[in-house]
Design a protein around this ligand. Sequence first.
Ligand code: DOR
Length: 433
Amino acid sequence: MNSYLIKGVRVVDGEPTDLLLRDGIVAETGRGLSAKGAEVVDADGLVALPGLVDLHTHLREPGREDAETVDSGSRAAALGGYTAVCAMANTSPVADTAGVVEQVWRLGREAGLVDVQPIGAVTVGLAGERLAELGAMADSAARVRIFSDDGNCVADPRLMRRALEYVKGFDGVIAQHAEEPRLTEGAQMHEGIESARLGLPGWPAVAEEAIIARDVLLAEHVGARLHVCHVSAAGSVEILRWAKRRERLTGRPSKVTAEVTPHHLLLTDDRASGYDPVFKVNPPLRTAEDVAALRAGLVEGVIDAVATDHAPHAVQDKECEWGYARPGMLGLETALSIVVEALLGDLGWDGIAERMSRTPARIAGLADHGHNPAKGRPANLTLIDPSATWTVEPTALASRSRNTPYAGFTLPAKVVATFLHGQPTVLDGKVLR
Ligand code: DOR
């Protein structure tokens, strides 16, 4: 294993320093370090962040390897500055058994570019009828701690209660895709003025808000951990603010966490006006008021983390009529730049590190991740050029799919290098495989 000496890097918001990576950890820090045999990385002008951690990645393997594989998704993740991703369970077959989560976990180790932590399904086949083998998945080699039917909501309140009770025993968490299905039947985009104008059936914000409110109460009743996926509406932020206030009132530690995607922090529902399905996503893009509330909620800490909801789709599933297109957009390779664009001024690098690495690592229970690069810490980190800009070219992305909503956007900040367990996965902006 090679050692790496990173010269002159600013660690988060700090002064320039050197970092010596050896044997998988940050072995030394300080100005003017030298180390025989170490490869030198000139990081003058670069910022080092703890390797980013994604709580919500669709890797599509097994089943839709034409859209993404664990390997191609891992490459996209490393290029985006990630050192760990949580792989969603809506694969084919569904990741609802120890066998499937172990398969995904093993494929992640073989790819070797990010730590792939499988998420297990809550219900068998994501059908919302019977609990999946949560305990067997938790005890498997993949050591699953997050369970989600994402793509589908666990709509039955009794089943949701049972799932929360079950995972409480091993400090697991239910990550809920909050969507009351009876309110979104046939929905194609956010319900509002734009949907009326375009003649597309609407997905009302109340379908998300109602489930979040219900689940906050259920999680509190059970005393279990709830994580709310891809919060998209201003009203949801209000409910989460209320939930966190309740926790302060009851004096018990916070058990409700929430994530927001980069696309919900930047894009609005008027993007649908050209009927280009690249902007079709679930939950849908909403209004400028929603975007403002999501940004404020993230800055305030009511929303805990940014998660990509990286959702690759094959060309035939995306380049068709809006009504037939699958929802979802790529996210891994653009997430950091979008967050910088939307919120660097409000969050600073430390706030970004908190919401894209330290907090998601804590929520997922990934002990090796989410540490600022400091002496003795695991060497999982990413180096960013804050002064670079780049233009998104879909065909240049590492993902197998092309459904980025940012084609042609010029974005700030570029990942220059990523290190996983002390070894580079990306150098000079190029993935090393
Ligand atoms: O837009 C989405 N795409 N939302 C989801 O919840 C699922 C995801 C997918 O799997 O494509």
